[in-house]
Design a protein around this ligand. Structure first.
Ligand code: NAD
Ligand code: MLT
Length: 548
C-alpha cells in the first residue's frame, strides 16, 4: 500500500468522525489539540488533511505552511477561521458540514432568547447564592413580540417557524433570499435593515461573518433600536460592536443581550461583557451553540467522510471553495459547461488578436437550461465560471481551476457580469461579451438537438462551426479567390481542411472564416498566410484534446 494520508485533528470532534479516521486503512491519524500558532505551522509541513472547529485559525501563512495539504475540514458551518482565497490559490479544498448542527444552534438560540428575556441564568445564580428574590426576575413574554431575524438561512428559517409557534410576529432581513422563500416561511421580508430594526422588540442574528456583516450592528445601528429591545447573537463574533452593545445595555437602551460568540475567543479578562454592572442583563456562553451529542456526531461524520473522499479522489460534497459541484449537473448542463469554457478560450484568443486587455466579461445565458438555481455556492453560475476559466487559461495556462478562476479575474480587475433570460434564436444559447481596451468581442454558442456544440456568432458575423479540433479563425477581404488561395497555401504545407465556415457582411467588404484543420499551423505557414495580404487578422485555437 502507498504511504498513508496524514490527517491532523486540532480540536475535540465527535467520536463518530474520529472512529472513521481511526479505522481507515489509508489514514494516519494525528491528534494534537493545543498547538500554538507556530507549532501548527511546523506540524503542517507533511500533513495532507487537517480537521478543525472554530478554534484553529487557518490564516494565509498557516495554509502556506501546508506544503502537501490537500484538504481542510471544518466540523461545523462557519469557515471564517479559514482564509478561503488562500486555500483556493493553493488548490486546497475546504470542506464544512453545513447542516449537521443547524437544529442544535436553533434550539440553543431559543434557549438564549428565553434566558435573556426571563433572566434564567441570573435567577439560577441568585438561588445558589442563597437568595429568594422573585420580583427581581420579572421578565417579558415572547408571545406577541415582534421578532426580527437577520439572515434567513438554515438557522434563521428554523428560528422563524419555532418562534411563530411562540406567538411571535416574525419578520426578517436578508437581501440574498427570494420573496418566495420568505413567503413559504410566512415571514415578512424587510427591504431595509434600519427600518426593520426600528420595529423589533427582539432581534436575532443568523448571518455568516463577512466583510459586509462585520460590525453590522454598530453604535449607530443600535441607536435605531426600540428602547428596551433585546439582541441575540448566536451566529458569529464580530457582527456586533461589542463595546457599543455593552454600553447600550448599561444605558438601558438595550433591555438585554444574549451571545454565544465573540470577536476573540476565549474572552480577554477585561472584555466589556464581563463588566459586573451589566451582568444582570447579559447571557454569555462559551460558543456552545452546536454542542449537542447529535450535532457533534453529525458534523464530524460529514466533515470526515468528505475529507476522505477528497484525499482518495472520490466524489465529495460541501466544498465551500468549489464554486459548484460538477457531479450534480445534468449531462446537458455539463455540455454547456464545456461549451462555455471553449467560448471563453475563443474570446480570449480574439481579444489577443487586437492586443486589448480584457476589462469586463458579460456572460449571457439564454434559455431554460440555465434556470436551475440551487446548489451553487458562488455568486456566479457554473457557466460563467467556466467561461472565466477558459478566458484565463489562454494567458495563465490550463491549471486555472474553477475554484480559482473568479479570484484570478478579480485580481486582474476584470469586472464579471452574468445575466439570464429567454432565448430568441436557438433553444438555449450562451453568449460572452468581452469589453477590452481595444475592440469588444462577442461570441454566441449553442448545443443542437443532436448534442453538437456550435458557435453561431463571432463579433458581427453570424456563421456556424463546431468548436472541435484545431481551428484557424481569420478575417479576410471578401473578394473572389481569397478562400481558394488560403486553401492552396494550407494544402501546399500539408494541412488538410476538415471543415469550413464563412460569415459575410455586406457593408465592410470583410468576411470571417473558420477552418477546422488536420495538422499543425506552424509559424512558417502563419507567415505565408499573413504575407498573402488577404487576411486582416488570424488566430488559431487547439481544442483537439477536448471531449467532443
Ligand atoms: P446559512 O448560510 O444557511 O444562512 C446565512 C444567511 O445569512 C443566508 O440566508 C444569507 O443570505 C444571509 N446573509 C448573508 N449576508 C447577509 C447580510 N449582510 N444581511 C442579512 N443577511 C445576510 O448559515 P446558517 O447555517 O444558518 O448559520 C448562520 C450563522 O450561525 C453562521 O454564522 C454560522 O457560523 C453560525 N453558527 C453558529 C453556531 C454556534 O455554535 N453558535 C452553530 C452553527 C452555526
Ligand atoms: C459552527 O459554525 O458550526 C459553529 O460555530 C460551531 C462550531 O464552531 O463548532
Amino acid at each position: 500500500m502507498k504511504n498513508k494520508w496524514k490527517v491532523l485533528v486540532t480540536e475535540t470532534i465527535g467520536e463518530i468522525g474520529l472512529n472513521i479516521l481511526k479505522d481507515a486503512p489509508d489514514i494516519e491519524l494525528i491528534e494534537e489539540k493545543s498547538l500554538t500558532e507556530n507549532e501548527l505551522k511546523v506540524r503542517l509541513a507533511d500533513i495532507n488533511g487537517i480537521l478543525t472547529r472554530s478554534g484553529t485559525t487557518m490564516d494565509e501563512e498557516t495554509i502556506n505552511a501546508g506544503h502537501v495539504l490537500k484538504v481542510i475540514g471544518r466540523a461545523g458551518v462557519g469557515v471564517d477561521n479559514i482564509n478561503i482565497p488562500a486555500a483556493s490559490r493553493k488548490g486546497i479544498i475546504v470542506i464544512n458540514a453545513p447542516s449537521g448542527n443547524t437544529l442544535a444552534a436553533v434550539e440553543f438560540t431559543i434557549g438564549c432568547m428565553l434566558s435573556v428575556v426571563r433572566k434564567i441564568p441570573q435567577a439560577c445564580a441568585s438561588v445558589r447564592r442563597g437568595e429568594w428574590t422573585r420580583s427581581k426576575f420579572t421578565g417579558c413574554q415572547l408571545n406577541g413580540k415582534k421578532l426580527l431575524i437577520i439572515g434567513l438561512g438554515r438557522i434563521g428559517s428554523n428560528i422563524a417557524t419555532r418562534c411563530r409557534a411562540f406567538g411571535m410576529d416574525v419578520f426578517a432581513y436578508d437581501p440574498y433570499i427570494t420573496q418566495k422563500k420568505a413567503d413559504s416561511l410566512r415571514v415578512e421580508l424587510m427591504p431595509n435593515l434600519e427600518d426593520a430594526i426600528s420595529m423589533a422588540d427582539i432581534i436575532t442574528i443568523h448571518t455568516p461573518l463577512t466583510s459586509e456583516t462585520k460590525n453590522m450592528i454598530d453604535q449607530k445601528m443600535i441607536k435605531g433600536f426600540k428602547s428596551g429591545a433585546y439582541l441575540i447573537n448566536c451566529a458569529r463574533g464580530g457582527i456586533v460592536d461589542e463595546k457599543a452593545v455593552a454600553q447600550a445595555v448599561r444605558d438601558g437602551h438595550l433591555g438585554g443581550f444574549g451571545t454565544d460568540v465573540f470577536s476573540l475567543e476565549p474572552l480577554a479578562k477585561d472584555h466589556p461583557f464581563l463588566a459586573e454592572d451589566i451582568s444582570d442583563r447579559l447571557v454569555i456562553t462559551p460558543h456552545i451553540g452546536a454542542n449537542t451529542y447529535e450535532a457533534q456526531s453529525e458534523v464530524s461524520r460529514i466533515a470526515v467522510e468528505n475529507m476522505l473522499a477528497v484525499l482518495r479522489g472520490e466524489p465529495y460534497f460541501h466544498a465551500v471553495n468549489l464554486p459548484f459541484m460538477e457531479q450534480t449537473l445534468t449531462l446537458d448542463q455539463k455540455m454547456y459547461l464545456n461549451l462555455s469554457r471553449k467560448i471563453g478560450v475563443l474570446a480570449a484568443k480574439l481579444a489577443e488578436v487586437k492586443g486589448g486587455a480584457v476589462k469586463s466579461v458579460h456572460v449571457k445565458m439564454r434559455g431554460i437550461i440555465f434556470d436551475k438555481e440551487e446548489g451553487y455556492t458562488e455568486q456566479f453560475k457554473p457557466y460563467t465560471i467556466s467561461a472565466l476559466k477558459g478566458l484565463l487559461e489562454v494567458s495563465l495556462g490550463e491549471e486555472v481551476s474553477y475554484m480559482i478562476a473568479p479570484i484570478l479575474a478579480k485580481d486582474r480587475n476584470i469586472t464579471v457580469i452574468e445575466s439570464t433570460g429567454e432565448s430568441h434564436t436557438y433553444k438555449n444559447t450562451i453568449e460572452i461579451e468581452l469589453e477590452t481596451e481595444k475592440e469588444n468581442v462577442i461570441l454566441i454558442g449553442t448545443i443542437t438537438e443532436e448534442g453538437r456544440q456550435r458557435i453561431v456568432r463571432v463579433n458581427d458575423y453570424w456563421l456556424d462551426f463546431v468548436p472541435n479540433g484545431k481551428i484557424l479563425i481569420f478575417q479576410n477581404h471578401d473578394m473572389p479567390g481569397v478562400i481558394g488561395k488560403i486553401g492552396s497555401l494550407l494544402g501546399e504545407s500539408g494541412v488538410n481542411i476538415a471543415n469550413f465556415a464563412l460569415g459575410r457582411k455586406d457593408d465592410k467588404g470583410l468576411a470571417l472564416g473558420v477552418l477546422e484543420i488536420d495538422g499543425d499551423i506552424n509559424d512558417k505557414i502563419m507567415n505565408k498566410l499573413i504575407k498573402s495580404g488577404d487576411l486582416v487578422w488570424e488566430t488559431t485555437v487547439d481544442f483537439s484534446e477536448e471531449n467532443k
